[in-house]
Design a protein around this ligand. Sequence first.
Ligand code: 5AD
Ligand code: FES
Length: 379
Amino acid sequence: MTRPFDNRLQPIGSKPDDKLKRLIDRLEAEHVLSKEEFVALIGGRTPELGEYLFEKARRIRQEHYGNDVYLRGLIEFTNYCKNDCYYCGIRRSNSRASRYRLTKEQILACCEEGYSLGFRTFVLQGGEDGYYTDGLLVGIIKDIKARYPDCALTLSIGERSYESYKALYDAGADRYLLRHETADPEHYSRLHPPSLTLEARKKCLSDLKDIGYEVGSGFMVGSPGQTPEQLAEDLLFLHELQPQMVGIGPFIPHHDTPFASEQSGTAELTLFLIGLIRLMLPAVLLPATTALGTIDPLGREKGILAGANVVMPNLSPREVRDKYLLYDNKICTGDEAAECRRCLEGRISGIGYRIVVDRGDSKLAKEDVKSRGGRKCTM
Ligand code: 5AD
Ligand code: FES
């Protein structure tokens, strides 16, 4: 196997290829490149080329979002999961995970605390847990929306049927996060057991768009065996999907998974891809993810400076935080929500940006999606 991200052929200190800068110029102007061109950028990147890219990415995010950084309060409400993704610490086969579920009352208490801290988007995230039937979720969604009508509600609960997605949307859910993980079917089957397919994942994303959700997708960077060609496919898939949000973060091994001894992805490559995504999808909502902050203590700040405009601190009750471990060494597992909020405020203002009390809707959604229910999928 080739080492996918080896840059050693680039002479140390050499000027980055002007050709690559011109590719970045063209991505900025035309918002897409060919697969080969993306591969050339990813494989030929240097720190100097990165700076060239990030400066453009910051300028574009500035045009759409100014210095604002949006907050999303993540409520990890169950770590039960019926799936067995090879990379994930809460996979079914991890018998050492200590499992928990939050009640509706506990979830509402998280929202109450979050609201008082200035959160106007709540993200309900969990494993694929059959305990939370459509009926139960509809009740939770309706209660949250009734109490916080000025807030957006995002779901991140994996693959479900069209009917289920529709019922949750009709109950008031606004957005849905479902990463495609990798757009290459072979790589997908290297990361997942045979019961999970890229085709099924794509069908879910198409259903979600069709129903009218604002959709977020994304992928892990540096997952075992991943190549620049596959990353180029991920970018092209996102270009085709045109999601409102894109979440990417480095793969980080979890000690109780089949990938325990695999190498992590790097912050450096993740940041470069954030910059490319900002140029490709100028108005997209792009979080500086927790995984990025885990692999590099300044990862989230660097993410904002590479073009990201969202942070997603944890609102889960402190007692369960160290149980929602998708990967090792996850940050903020010992902190209260208020501490995370304060910490982020300092980090973001320290680099010249500001956290805003706002639902943080996509500018794309405002232009393209006028009313709930009337939207059609073009995918
Ligand atoms: N490292 C990094 N990210 C991970 N995720 C799951 N496991 C890991 C891991 N080991 C990501 C997946 C998933 C999201 C919720 O977290 O991309 O979609
Ligand atoms: Fe739960 Fe992958 S292990 S969805």
